[in-house]
Design a protein around this ligand. Sequence first.
Ligand code: KIV
Ligand code: NA
Length: 266
Amino acid sequence: VKRVRTRHFQNAKENGIKITGLTSYDQLTATIFDEAGIDFLLVGDSAGNTVFGHDTTLPVTVDELIPLARAVAGSAKRAFVVADMPFGSYETSPDEALHTAFRFMKETGAHAVKLEGGVRSAEQIRRIVSAGIPVMAHIGFTPQSEHGLGGHMIQGRGEGAEALLADARAVEEAGAFAVVLEMVPSAIAARVTEELRIPTIGVGAGPHVDGQLLVWTDWAGLSTGRIPKFVRQYADLKGVLADATKAYIADVGSTAYPAPEHEYPE
Ligand code: KIV
Ligand code: NA
């Protein structure tokens, strides 16, 4: 199988082919999603919520994400693997950003990094890209700044539209190969998508974007918290696993499990 590369993202936009992405944090899901044909896997700092059980992504560290990114990058044969740069690992300076990007590239085998912020992160993006590392940008609602933004708020509404467009132009100009638009009104996402040369990847940004990305545990009905309005649940893994757990407990209690076929002869 041929690896997806940044030029495939660009070709997809130019040919009107939608790009698909899911998050992944481990070997099991990376293998399944990759073999099913997903274009890219994001080792998101959403691991803070989905793997580590925090309320936000803020506590996640580079040292925590690196083993997850290594597992995903080591498992995906075709998908393009993007490692998310956590809060506090790139904001201080372009040098700090490049240092963190080097760690992900050298220690995990990921193919690109992602960081949050438009205008405010442009110099960081430029520096990382100049070292030959592809950058996926992320604008609109940026979870690492949820306290600064005043909660999980839709971005780009009303007067915010111009600021969002400025962010989009800034990351393209800085050399990002794609940009995630999170929780943005569909009409604004459509405007950004039309204006930019690079592909837009929507997370709660409607259909008029170049690709879609979802947190896999939301998408598969595994998450326990509140599921955002923009998610369609493609499976009910929570129900499947809860039922399996109850059946297992009952079978062990009644000695229906293990059955003769599970036993080793002498
Ligand atoms: O960490 C993550 O999963 C993300 C996506 C939701 C954009 O950044
Ligand atoms: Na993230």
